[in-house]
Structures are given as structure tokens and as C-alpha cells.
Ligand binder design. Structure first.
Ligand code: SAH
Ligand code: SF4
Length: 347
């Protein structure tokens, strides 16, 4: 079976030619896929029955099989997909009051970076996703939103996996998001644990895509204890790469800060962070830690969080706290994991 979402326009034309279809059908089908965003061949109402029958026999619309779905009280929706080889991945849709609809998508099944507080890190590495598999997660949300007259507006690479560890496929997926779903580069955010060579390479790409770097600590030995990647790319080298990114792109960089009670939510730590980021065109996104089974830390209490933010701002560093979303369904940042028993549990 041919996955139509994995074909570009020329490949789709060639595929239809091989089915003895007239050339203009390629354009019609392309419009059904990416402009009208239908989810079945039967919905392609300007195609002859015979064409639809041929398509059903030899093609499919995507390869992600949804095996579970969960809706949070705040409207956040989490989906579990099985890939053709049995790997499981999750993606999340977050509706906001202001019409924004943000898809949080996975770039890998599991993750090799092993951050101790992260549920995906705790499960280990499965495999890289292809560009088509990354893209399809957003496409499915876009399709479902289109069916109710809404539009997918933003995409963040903050699901399972480290997008810069799967660099080529992630960038190809970004290209598909822009070209096929019309999502502007400024509405796409790629988040990295801090892979220094890829941050530099990304800076050179000339894209308007937003970059977020997961920092979480200002001290090397403490950051290494939470994030093993820090042993390879310590903070000074990471900050050099971040400064290079800002200078090269003239864009603001975002730092992610998972606020962990008693670990990195103190005024002293905020001062150190303020000094570390002084003069850099940046913004700090503070997210109270989402507790996970394999890590004993808890979220920073609200008063500590507020003191942390105030201290950072006093140092001239813009900082905001991000609301925790989908907490009741484990769809929050870093909570995505897909062990088989979880698949059962969320059915
Ligand atoms: N691998 C990339 C992107 C996926 S993780 C990265 O690490 O940046 C997306 C964000 O969720 C990162 O900022 C990560 O540090 C954060 N995160 C992971 N586990 C978390 C948890 N339990 N609570 C809050 N944030 C978490
Ligand atoms: Fe991987 Fe990001 Fe989780 Fe670290 S926080 S284990 S890099 S997904």
C-alpha cells in the first residue's frame, strides 16, 4: 500500500499515471489532501467511483494507527499511535481561548538522551521517526480541526524524542508543515535538550522557526545529574552556541525551565540564571515540573515560582510561567510515554 501523505506532488502524479489516471486527478487529490483535508477517499467527491476504488485497493491515507485517545478537562487531547513496525508514539493537541490550536508532536519513539525527570527519557530509545511520520501527527490534528471549521495554527516539537538527534527528518517535517499545511515558520517551535553542533547548524539554516533550549540548571555538575547530555555539551559550550544562534539569526531564543521544588526554584538559582543570560536576546519559559513515575521531584510551589520569575525579571531577563496543560491525562510536558501497559490504561 502506498502512503499518499509520503508523496510529493510529482510522486503523486507518477503514482496516478501508473494507475492509468488522467494527469489532472493529481491536482484534485492534492487539494483533497492538503486544502480540504479530508480523511477518506470517499470524501473526494469529484473523483469517479472507479478511481476511488483503485485508490482504496493500492493506497492509504497515512500510516499512523490511532489506538487510544484521551481528553482533558481543559480541552487538551492526547493520542496514542501505533506505527507499522509496532512502535508507539503520542501527540497532543492544545486548544487555547484565543483560537490558537497547538499540536505538540513527537520526533522519535522514546528518547536516547535520558533526562531523569522525563517520562520519555525514562523509557529509553525506540527509533527515529521519518519526516512523514512526524508530519502526519500534525496533519491528523489539522484534518480533524478542519472537519469542525477550525485551523491548526501552531506546532511545537516538544513531544517524545529529541528533534536535533533526528535532525534531517525533523527539518524535512518542518518544511512539510509550512508547505502543505501553510503553518508559518514563526508558528513552529523546535525544542532541544542542547545539542551544540545542531544548534549551530540550525542557526545557519536561515529559518524563522523558533528555537527553545531546555536548560533547567546553571551548574554543570547539577545539570549533568539531571541531563546526561551536559557531560558532552556543558553549559559554557551550550551558551556559546545559543549566542551564536542569536547573533546569526537576530532572533530571540527561548530557554525552557522545568521548575522542580527545592532543586532549581530558589532565588539564588534565579540570580545565577539571570547572570548567565545577561545581555542575551532571550526569554525564559518556566514550567512547573510534571511529576513522573521514575523521578522523585515535584513541581515548584506557586510562591517560589513567582519569586523565581520576579528575581529573573529584576535581572532584566523576560520570564513567564507556562500553564500546565492536560495534567489529568498525563499529557503535560515530559509526561509522554507509551509502554504497552499505559496503552491499555488510557484506552
Ligand atoms: N527533547 C526535547 C523536546 C522534547 S521535551 C527537549 O528536551 O527539549 C519538551 C520539554 O519538556 C523540554 O523542555 C523538557 O525538558 C521538558 N520536560 C521533560 N520532562 C518534563 C517534566 N516531567 N516536567 C516538565 N517539563 C518536562
Ligand atoms: Fe529526551 Fe527531551 Fe525527554 Fe530529555 S527531556 S529525555 S531530550 S525528550
Amino acid at each position: 500500500m502506498t502512503n499518499l501523505y509520503a508523496l510529493d506532488e510529482a510522486e503523486l502524479a507518477a503514482y496516478l499515471a501508473a494507475l492509468d489516471e488522467r494527469p489532472f486527478r493529481a491536482k484534485q487529490i492534492w487539494q483533497w489532501l492538503y486544502e480540504k483535508r479530508v480523511s477518506s477517499f470517499d470524501a473526494m467527491t469529484n473523483l469517479p467511483r472507479a478511481t476511488i476504488a483503485k485508490l482504496k485497493e493500492s493506497a492509504r491515507l497515512g500510516e499512523l494507527e490511532m489506538t487510544a485517545r484521551q481528553l482533558s478537562k481543559d480541552g487538551t487531547e492526547k493520542r496514542l499511535y501505533r506505527l507499522p513496525d509496532g512502535q508507539l508514539i503520542e501527540s497532543v493537541l492544545m486548544p487555547y481561548d484565543d483560537k490558537r490550536r497547538t499540536a505538540c508532536i513527537s520526533s522519535q519513539a522514546g528518547c536516547a538522551l535520558g533526562c531523569v525527570f522525563c517520562a520519555t527519557g525514562q523509557m529509553g530509545f525506540g527509533r527515529h521517526l521519518s519526516a512523514a511520520e512526524i508530519f502526519e501527527q500534525a496533519l491528523i490534528f489539522a484534518r480533524d480541526l478542519a472537519a469542525r471549521g477550525e485551523r491548526l495554527s501552531n506546532v511545537v516539537f516538544m513531544g517524545m524524542g529529541e528533534p536535533f538527534h533526528n535532525y534531517e527528518a525533523s527539518l524535512e517535517a518542518i518544511d512539510l508543515l509550512m508547505k502543505r499545511l501553510g503553518i508559518g515558520a514563526r508558528h513552529i517551535t523546535i525544542s532541544t535538550v542542547g545539542l551544540v553542533p545542531q544548534i549551530r547548524r540550525f542557526a545557519d539554516e536561515g529559518l524563522q522557526v523558533k528555537l527553545a533550549v531546555s536548560l533547567h540548571k546553571t551548574d554543570d555538575s547539577e545539570r549533568s545529574a539531571l541531563m546526561p547530555v551536559n557531560r558532552v555539551w556543558p553549559i559554557a559550550e551550550l551558551m556559546d552556541a545559543c549566542r551564536y544562534y542569536v547573533e546569526r539569526t537576530q532572533r530571540r531564543i527561548t530557554f525552557e525551565w522545568a521548575a522542580i521544588a527545592g532543586e532549581n526554584d530558589t532565588v539564588a538559582e534565579a540570580r545565577r540564571l539571570g547572570r548567565l543570560l545577561a545581555g542575551l536576546h532571550c526569554h525564559v519559559n518556566v514550567i512547573p515540573l510534571n511529576p513522573t513515575g521514575g523521578y522523585k521531584g515535584g513541581p515548584a510551589p506557586a510562591p517560589d515560582l513567582n519569586r523565581f520569575l520576579t528575581t529573573l525579571r529584576q535581572h532584566g531577563v523576560p520570564a513567564t510561567a507556562r500553564l500546565r496543560r492536560g495534567i489529568d491525562i498525563d499529557a503535560g510536558c515530559g509526561q509522554l510515554k507509551t509502554a504497552a501497559h499505559d496503552a491499555e490504561a488510557i484506552r
